[in-house]
Write a protein that binds this ligand. Sequence first.
Ligand code: S3P
Length: 451
Amino acid sequence: MTESNRIFIEPLECQQCLTISRPDSGFSVRGRIRVPGDKSISHRALMLGALADGETTIQGLLLGEDPRSTAACFQALGANISDLSTQEVRVRGIGLGKLLEPVDVLNAGNSGTTLRLMLGILASHDGRFFTVTGDDSLRSRPMSRVVKPLQQMGAEIWGRKDNALAPLAIRGRSLQPIHYHSPIASAQVKSCILLAGLLTDGQTTVTEPALSRDHSERMLKAFGANILVDPETCSASVIGPATLTGQSVVVPGDISSAAFWLVAGAIVPSSDLTIENVGINPTRTGVLEVLAMMGADITQENVREVAGEPVADLHVRAGAPLRACTIAGDLIPRLIDEIPVLAVAAAFAEGTTVIQNAEELRVKESDRIAVMATQFNKMGARVTELPDGMEITGGTPLTGADVDSHTDHRIAMSLAIAALTAKGTTTINRAEVAAISYPEFVATLQSVCAT
Ligand code: S3P
């Protein structure tokens, strides 16, 4: 490669912006890489480890800012968690029902999963008082979706806007079981109620309109809780009271992080990339189904099961022209976090891709519909906002632009992947937020582009 056709990636020199200049020709995305541990599984391993009797070991934990928030909260609640950066993290649990009353506010940072799942745990810890908060983004995200069902179980929770927004105050109580029919397919809502049911006498059930990720059910079962699942009716139940016993957890690579490389490999000509050790739990693989519908060449190799979760190496090769598709219905909860980067793939597909029934995107770390449409369109994409999704018309070449992540990690990384195909220079402001879920993102970007 000569100097003139080398891709230029200025890694967050100002600690905040990421600059990417693509050569006019002769570059591709290649190599064998690994992505960091699954964020959803990392949170749950730390939480269940903290609630269990005995010791839990965790290999492959995501060292992103979100799991760090979970670890800090549960340390303040009495669990003993070893240095997170060691290869095997050890959690000495305090025992279900035995969490301490912390002396300060519990801060979930940017992490909706930390706050919502923790609420179910705290609300069911009788006799103790807790206060919880988060960063600017999290303090504006709706909590009534978990506060209301917890109140139906007898929980006492107070907060701004009629108890809908953090900071929240919780007086732990002994709760009653419910059968909750959730209006939204949300693993955070489902997991919050199931975790509240652990200390509740009897059967607590959540039924969702479509199946959301089932990591809580799998891991609760492995830790010894009595869990019933009925995928036909999208229901999950816990029969309490439970006792949890420490386990060895192996966290697979995060398919939500692998999605950036799958799209990069599909849209940058001549690319050939293998992402090793990626979790392919069927409740998370909507992104693979959509990329297959679009005609991308992705194969699953070395499929195996690791600690109760299916895992594979994913091999993507560029070449096949992509075609537009419709992304809607039951698929949405199975790829909700991948929609920003799928919008990038859609900009390279022939025709108009329609994304519907994804109104949940408006209440993620940012309003991902509005932010993706405004920022991606600055690069020449043709994205139209829909109330519950977007339409993306493919085929217009992208040009470099000055764009902003709106402090949303997945927007920052999606725009970086788009920049690999844009003529000229793209600057992504506030790109340091990638560290929420993927601290090594820029280093991996440099490594796959340099080969
Ligand atoms: C998550 C569930 C999803 C997802 C989030 C992680 C989880 O949120 O968007 O990034 O770990 O349970 P919802 O449950 O709100 O859809």
